[in-house]
Design a protein around this ligand. Structure first.
Ligand code: ATP
Ligand code: MG
Length: 634
């Protein structure tokens, strides 16, 4: 069984190295599996394969994640994908009585009273939860040495968890996870293509763990997960000049027929054999690559770009929003697009606070890497190189504040900067950052109000409790009855709301601008939107449907959903909530706004559904509005 290395032992081992490059390589040696650890995992997989094959004929047990992606550390969990593609039925009576006699410790499923399964199950008609329960039952009853089995059927990625008693190894079994199996192979390939990849990723993973930036011990939470952090490191290597690693799109060109694959609709073609990839002519050493990583991300524009490993580029958000496939990406404080599933932001869970902390720690690290203490071994027995970099709590005094703009890490949506859609001339006309901030704040508020009120048929009024009420005392929005908006259509109103109806947002020239609105919505506008959109498009005149203003289409979709839900009769308020719109300053490139949502009534679960919809819907719709109404004006 592998032991976690204590920080003291690690420091000792690293101080013995002769230079920083050797320290990075040493880290791999210290953390990777021993022969025995690998053998134990292989044996466990073989055992599970044997047992599962009896109950799920034709199944395959495929390890993925850190056990096999080349970035393993002692004691990391064992992620398994149970591939049931060729399995039609679950065979409850697979284990025959003769066999039982030979295997005293194994008991047929149907002899146990608790969660026993008496009959065969047709897997084609079984739900994911039912299949996971079957897997859990097999693990509990037929796999020796396993305990703590638990089916987490309602998790974002449903899994069955278990523990191997003797080694204390934690395992997760999932089904429907072919994409993760595939991205694991991609990481393996990248690790093989260049031998600087493993030392760099191991170092960054350990650094991020020490600085409490990554880890997510229970899978959720606001930290970066190891997969996302690894993608960030690979992206960095793709964008060196000359590149250390090729982009995923370039790898695709190297795939031969047998390696071409479409999984869940996503193109996952890439070669399995690393010798097909040309070695890089980049000659940077590990010491300077690590320093450069920190330098690059200390000032990286995470807000208005999406990190694309597919292209090996940071793509402007506007490009992403214009793309059919990528526009579903849930934008967040860090946007890292999955290399295959292009609508998935692998860092979508990262809170703004953690994103800020990440940049601050990169800044600290970049500064440290410029010192001699990083670059050279100390002859006086002082800590040097990576050892100081890994110290917890060190360097914090040079960090800037990392608190986000209040309201915690709860229900926040970040909106990209309206500056993104300006022309150079328009940008130049906005003199000074203050003017820029006010401009952006006004733009966002106007657009947001339009989207909430006119597109989603919410009623919106200034929040009476808002402490900034005084600043905006004349900015009273025309009080509306709840859901009055629902009776108005865009066709009647035109696509813009008269200025007199907009709240005036005279913020003082302080750094923070904020306003809060009280909102009510009467319909489940998030349910069945896609279907309704398709139907509307189909029934519209075919030559018209292409060019129709998408904001207008969205408003019609809401109208149709409202009609379907309540007919033309009066609707009762469904949800009330507060949204605080906060802008915390601008630079010449960037001016983003955070939206903080607070549900004001039960049931909160319903609000959660609405919020999840808004996370994807709001940023792109608000930007569409700004684009439409800014480019036309001088
Ligand atoms: P460790 O378990 O050491 O933290 P890991 O790489 O195994 O590292 P897990 O969180 O266990 O990380 O995830 C297992 C695998 O699932 C990852 O290697 C990746 O293939 C996939 N995966 C994890 N998180 C995501 C995500 N946010 N998006 C897409 N795939 C993911
Ligand atoms: Mg794992």
């Amino acid at each position: 069984r592998g032991q976690e290395l204590s920080p003291e032992k690690l420091s000792q081992a690293l101080c013995l190295c002769s230079d920083v490059d050797e320290q990075l390589k040493q880290l791999v040696t210290l953390f990777q599996f021993s022969e025995n650890e690998r053998r134990l995992r292989d044996l466990l997989v073989t055992l599970l394969q044997e047992v599962f094959s009896e109950f799920f004929p034709g199944c395959e047990v495929l390890p993925f994640g850190s056990s096999v992606n080349s970035f393993e550390v002692h004691c990391c969990d064992l992620d398994l994908f149970l591939d049931l593609e060729h399995t039609k039925t679950f065979q409850a009576n697979a284990r025959k009585p003769q066999e039982e006699k030979q295997n005293e410790d194994k008991v047929p499923l149907d002899t146990l009273s608790e969660d026993s399964i008496l009959s065969d199950v047709d897997l084609e008609s079984a739900s994911t939860s039912e299949i996971l329960e079957l897997i859990a039952a097999v693990l509990r009853q037929c796999v020796p040495g396993v305990h703590g089995v638990q089916a987490l059927t309602s998790a974002r990625l449903p899994v069955v968890k278990f523990q191997h008693k003797e080694s204390a190894l934690q395992g997760d079994i999932s089904i429907n996870n072919r994409l993760a199996f595939c991205n694991t192979r991609l990481l393996q390939l990248y690790a093989e293509v260049d031998d600087r990849v493993r030392p760099l990723v191991y170092t960054l993973r350990y650094w991020a763990k020490q600085k409490e930036l990554a880890g997510n011990p229970f899978g959720g939470g606001p930290l970066l997960n190891n997969y996302a952090l690894t993608l960030l490191a690979l992206f960095f290597l793709q964008t060196r000049s000359p590149p250390v690693l090729p982009a995923v799109a370039q790898l695709k060109e190297l795939a031969d027929e047998g390696e071409k694959a479409i999984i869940d609709g996503w193109d996952c073609s890439f070669p399995r054999d690393s010798s097909k990839v040309e070695p890089s002519c980049n000659l940077e050493n590990l010491r300077s690559l690590l320093a450069e990583f920190f330098h690059v991300f200390a000032d990286f524009d995470f807000v208005s770009t999406v990190i694309s490993l597919r292209e090996g580029l940071a793509l402007p958000l506007t490009d992403i929003m214009a793309s059919e496939t990528s526009c579903m990406l849930k934008l967040g404080a860090l946007n890292i697009q999955d290399p295959f599933e292009l609508s998935h932001n692998v860092a979508g869970n990262v809170s703004e606070k953690i994103a800020l902390r990440f940049q601050n720690r990169c800044r600290d690290a970049a500064k440290y890497c410029r010192s001699l203490q990083y670059q050279r071994k100390s002859n006086k027995g002082k800590t040097w190189g990576l050892v100081r970099l890994f110290q917890r709590g060190d360097n914090t005094e040079i960090s800037t504040t990392e608190e986000g703009p209040a309201a915690g890490d709860g229900l926040v949506i970040y909106l990209p900067s309206p500056l993104l859609v300006l022309t150079e001339v328009q940008r130049r006309n906005l003199c000074g950052t203050e003017g820029m901030q006010q401009f952006c704040f006004q733009k966002v508020c106007t657009a947001l109000q339009f989207v909430l009120q006119d597109v989603l048929k919410c009623s919106v009024s200034l929040d009476e409790d808002d402490e900034n009420m005084a600043n905006a005392e004349q900015a009273v929005l025309q009080e509306e009855e709840p859901c009055v908006g629902a009776k108005r259509t865009l066709a009647e109103e035109g696509t813009s709301v008269p200025d007199s109806k907009r709240p005036r947002l005279e913020a003082e020239s302080s750094k923070e601008e904020r306003v809060s609105w009280h909102c009510t919505i009467c319909h489940r506008v998030w349910l069945g939107r896609r279907k309704m959109r398709r139907e509307l498009r189909r029934s519209a005149a075919p030559n018209l449907s292409q060019d129709v203003d998408s904001l207008q289409v969205e408003a019609e979709v809401t109208e149709a959903i409202a009609q379907q839900e309540h007919g033309s009769g009066p609707a009762q308020p469904l949800l009330t909530f507060r949204v605080s719109i906060v802008s915390t300053g601008a630079t010449s490139q960037d001016c983003r706004t955070s939206l903080y949502f607070t549900p004001l009534q039960e049931p909160v679960a319903l609000f959660q559904d609405f919020f999840h919809f808004l996370q994807v819907f709001l940023p792109k719709t608000v930007m569409k509005y700004i684009q439409k109404h800014t480019l036309d004006s001088p």
